[in-house]
Ligand binder design. Sequence first.
Ligand code: ADP
Ligand code: MG
Length: 139
Amino acid sequence: MTQRTFSIIKPDATKRNLTGKINAVIEDAGLRIVAQRRIHMTPAQAGRFYAVHKERPFYGELVETMTSAPVVVQVLEGDNAVARYREVMGATNPEQAAEGTIRKLFALNVGENSVHGSDSLENAAIEIAQFFSEADIVG
Ligand code: ADP
Ligand code: MG
């Protein structure tokens, strides 16, 4: 089933000029980048985006790192895109990420792990709507 998922290329990756290399892994995996924009997230935007984690001990650090430099927000489209992109990203902690995954290739540590990807179809729709309007997405 064709799905859309939401992706963020995080500050640790944009700072190291890895946008193109990460996009190549995404495209080589058969996912299509159907919307993309570079933004500098405000603390309010990052705080809202990660609100589900607000009780976790790393929440403050997470908001701080996500606002430390520009990010690239994206909509990816493809067969089973939500689960497929989670596979392509690899485990949250790069030490546990499989060979060839974005996090294994590029992540610095569990916090600065280069990419975000939606964890469900429902959250994908919510996250996409936070950053894109339907007119921005050209499939
Ligand atoms: P994922 O991004 O794989 O869906 P989570 O939803 O569990 O992972 O966490 C969201 C983000 O919070 C992670 O991608 C990472 O940047 C950060 N994070 C998660 N766990 C930790 C941790 N133990 N220490 C620091 N940052 C963390
Ligand atoms: Mg998550």
